[in-house]
Design a protein around this ligand. Sequence first.
Ligand code: ADP
Ligand code: MG
Ligand code: ZN
Length: 482
Amino acid sequence: MSTRFELVIGLEVHAQLRTETKIFCGCGTRFGAAPNAHVCPVCLGLPGALPVLNRRVVELAIRTGLALGCTIQSRSAFARKNYFYPDLPKGYQISQYDEPIAIGGELTYASDEGPRTVRIIRAHLEEDAGKSIHAGTGAGERHTYLDFNRSGVPLVEIVTQPDIRSPPAAAEFFARLRGILVAIGVSDGNMEEGSLRCDANVSVRPKGETELGVKVEVKNLNSFRFLQRALEHEWERQTTRCSAGESIVQETRLWDEAVGRTVSMRTKEEAHDYRYFPDPDLPSIEVSDAWVEAVRDSLPELPEACKRRLRDEYGLSLAAAAQIAESVDLVRFFEETAKASGNPKAACHWITGELTRRLKVDGDAVGSAGVAPAALAKLIGLVESGTVSTSAAKEVFDRMYGSNREPDEIVRTEGLSQIGDQDELAEVVAGVLAEQPEAVDRFRGGNAGSLGFLVGQVMRATGGRANPKLVNELLRRALVDD
Ligand code: ADP
Ligand code: MG
Ligand code: ZN
């Protein structure tokens, strides 16, 4: 692959706003209803039906803009974007065009390669279209069905500057943005249900060049993986063409997951093709400073700020803090565990380690994992007091997970308490030494590392329940004194 080139990416992210009703009518927005169950004259685009703007939608757009550091415009307006499509019954989509509700923000976050900033050009409101369902394969049995449940569902579209430089960075940005939209409650972020999707604009240019290359827009990517793979494919395709001296055609493409490549959908479209004009049915949106400030006050802590607070307040590493800050539920779980145990480091260790691992494997949410922060705090206490060894504690945790059982009860009924009894351990130690004469010789011959091996053997013989400090002591004593 050519390294003479640089990849340039800008994203247009569409998020469905969390409302009970559509943007311009009273129809419901709940996913999964029977086709055309949520329709009325307005969202079916029947003649004479008048749209009325849903106030909640504006509030959620303000929320989105503020969370992304945008300026909220005191005045914004809707335009008609005219085009023909069977699932767009009015023949136009109502969208904000030259007067969006929010402009000029940025999203900064820590990535593996240091801090990253992606500038936001704008966030604007629009309505979603309906859905065409193409069914049947053989001649004469092919039909297109139309479901207008999505028609008029409120969307916020977030447009970035072309600041992204690699496919993984695009996927990461999209994931961060999703995290924020979910954290502030404006979107459920459900990508399988179409609540969040993005169009990726992508071009290549020779390294060092400052002008942008001709871009291709890949439409409707509804997973982080599809986004990344589509961009990887475009990078390959565009650099191959450029290296061969061919030019890139400005066009819209679609990602075909089945064959793992993008395919052309239509060539270059221009804004004037849509004949945008102000929607005469809708007055402009006026947003007062007081409204903006009230929304600002109601915003929760955002992941980036939360991460820094967890580091400063609890002494966590930035990496661990970032992992926890990713989810509001994990943050709550962590803070409760840290407070109840008085040991934030241990709480963090358990939560970013065993708990996260089990949540992933079992596909559970924190709230339904069957482990309460108070119970985890107790387990941390049992390790601190030496009642259970760290390795036995893992076993206790495994049994706590999904069961809502208390750790002390598990330790008691399953005999997992730490063996701290000198005589009992001395016997095990003696047995191990008798079985491992070679390791004993190696230690005495100056190989200090073989002590670790012997400790491991004792731990194994006790099923991980021996107090490792005591085992160390007993082994040393036995090896040196004999
Ligand atoms: P359009 O009018 O075709 O929608 P815009 O200029 O509004 O184009 O930009 C839409 C999106 O495309 C933005 O996210 C922007 O950052 C991105 N973009 C624009 N030009 C390029 C380019 N040459 N390469 C990559 N992304 C681009
Ligand atoms: Mg576009
Ligand atoms: Zn309706």
